[in-house]
Write a protein that binds this ligand. Structure first.
Ligand code: AMP
Length: 279
């Protein structure tokens, strides 16, 4: 497995792969790898002759300096995990390499980026698209793998891939969970033992809501989820919405003919967790 730090080296790695007619599967990550990331890597290794994983904690997608500073980093352990999965190359640039000058690009992401995460993390998705387009242009993959755990991010990447005419298949991968239902996340490492015990309640309460949906209106069910979560000491809901999975617009009635996804952000102490569930 090659560890590549510069774009220039990455370009020549990619050229070699293309010359030998290998397909490139790409998994962008911010590191602190867990089984959720590895599910994406496995999917790529299975379906491509070459897999590239990037590890880059992208400063432009953090709207909070403290959050960026606290973000877990674990590169040596990450490299070992990727070697074990038979990943071919890790792209591990530093900030200067990816942003030799400030990225002033502003992308038109429409209403996909103004709701939910977009409302509470202004500029976040613009930063995500800045780095993902830079990575796509460097790695030039045939397929790129994204987790459904970050459902809104996935929708935005699918949108921008079409808008900018990238010839890249975006492959969604189901959310990997802990045994108790908590979605795997690098941020789980930041939870105290006490917080780790209550965090699974988020998915538990959403799952219970799915099975009760016949009994309540959309609005009643949304209110119920929020009040149940907020009643637990140590949890505070930032938003919970049930949206059309294509447009991410709020659903008003169960009769609307679309796939419906419940998306949530909850503070567990200072740690912000997101999750979603199919309704
Ligand atoms: P991150 O390192 O958090 O930026 O995540 C990198 C990629 O891994 C993104 O496409 C995430 O959606 C995906 N991912 C993170 N956690 C999970 C999970 N629990 N299950 C599936 N995919 C995940």
């Amino acid at each position: 497995m090659q560890i590549i730090k510069s774009k220039k080296e990455m370009y020549s790695f990619v050229e070699n792969q293309k010359r030998e007619n290998r397909t490139i599967g790409f998994v962008p990550t911010m590191g602190a790898l867990h089984e959720g990331h590895l599910a994406l890597v496995r999917e790529s290794v299975q379906n491509n002759s070459c897999t590239v994983v990037s590890i880059f904690v992208n400063p432009t997608q953090f709207n909070n300096k403290e959050d960026l500073r606290m973000y877990p980093r674990n590169e040596q352990a990450d490299f070992e995990k990727l070697r074990a999965e038979r990943c071919d190359a890790v792209f591990f640039p530093d900030v200067e390499e990816m942003y030799p000058e400030p990225d002033e690009r502003v992308f038109d992401l429409g209403s996909l980026a103004t709701v939910m995460e977009g409302e509470f993390r202004p500029g976040h998705f613009n930063g995500v698209v800045q780095i993902v387009t830079k990575l796509f242009d460097t790695v030039k993959p045939n397929r790129a793998y994204f987790g459904k755990k970050d459902f809104q991010q996935l929708a935005i990447i699918q949108h921008i891939t079409k808008q900018l005419n990238y010839n890249i298949d975006i492959v969604p991968v189901p959310t990997v969970r802990e045994k108790d239902g908590l979605a795997k996340s690098s941020r789980n490492e930041l939870l105290t033992a006490e917080q780790r015990k209550i965090a699974p309640k988020i998915f538990e309460i959403m799952s219970a809501a799915v099975s009760e949906k016949e009994k309540y209106s959309v609005q009643e069910l949304k209110n119920k989820v929020v009040s149940k979560i907020n009643a637990i000491d140590g949890l505070r809901t930032e938003y919970f919405d049930i949206v059309n999975s294509q447009t991410l617009m709020s659903v008003n009635s169960w009769d609307e003919k679309c796939e419906k996804i419940g998306c949530i952000a909850v503070y567990c102490g200072k740690v912000r967790l997101i999750d979603n569930i199919l309704f």
